[in-house]
Design a protein around this ligand. Sequence first.
Ligand SMILES: [Zn+2]
Ligand SMILES: [Zn+2]
Ligand SMILES: [Zn+2]
Length: 305
Amino acid sequence: MLGEWVIVTSGRGDVQIQDDSTLCPFCPESKDASCEWQVLTLDNKFPSLDPRVGMIPLDENYVMEAPAYGFCKVIVLSPKHDEQIEVMDDKQIERVFEEYLTVFKELDSKRGIEYIYEFENRGESIGVSLNHPHAQVYALPFIPPRIKQELKQSQRMWEKEEECLICQILKNELKTLTSRIILETDHFVSFVPHFARLPYEVHIYPREHVGSLIEINDRLLELGKMVQDVVQRYSKIFDEVEYVMAFHTRPSVGNHPYWHFHIELYPPWRDRSRKKYLAGVETGVGVFTNDSCPEDIAKELREAI
Ligand SMILES: [Zn+2]
Ligand SMILES: [Zn+2]
Ligand SMILES: [Zn+2]
């Protein structure tokens, strides 16, 4: 009905939430992670997508089912079980973001792959089954709908106004009087967009017009510290640090000069201890209602340090 793919993962129903009494599979003492490492990329043990099922070209004009072709990786962000990004030193942050780049480059050229989605889920209510710091990578055989929508909007502006949508948004944010900016560095800006769908949604944009991590390979530490800064602020405000962090990179197929790489963070909170639930309007018809004021949230985040 929507022209969108659904990944059916019924075989993964028995993934357990880890209780702290069992041995963590990402700690260096376990057999899965038993070599010397600082950041480690593994195949996901419960993959939603699998390269072994074989790739068939997807035709989105027809109603169809297809084998769930693709790759699912886990990036273990630290050998230390409780070293989340907010407590990492610069060296470890740099290693983590270099790994994001390495895994992206490795999967970007795989046959039949159209989009590399790197993301992090934090917190039990987000459904995280393991507390050990880790991120995930999905190499998808199609471009996901949210990205398609952003591509469409970016392309429209590029062709009509000869402007990049994100460069424009950034220009607007930098000159607006009631600031929604959280932090500015030499090459990046973090802020609460006026179009935020969730109260504490934060976007991080590079000032330069770049399509992927490849073009910012010498500024990965600065980008990582920008993410760390946002998460540290979240940790001051919320009872639990919970969020989804999404890298929005250019697709792996086609030429998209209008794409501007960025990171989006979505915490599930509406304030310190109450959750924002997606209810009738959001779930039923896809309209988000945000009952907070982006300028106030930006101010709260700026002061939370
Ligand atoms: Zn662990
Ligand atoms: Zn741009
Ligand atoms: Zn985006």
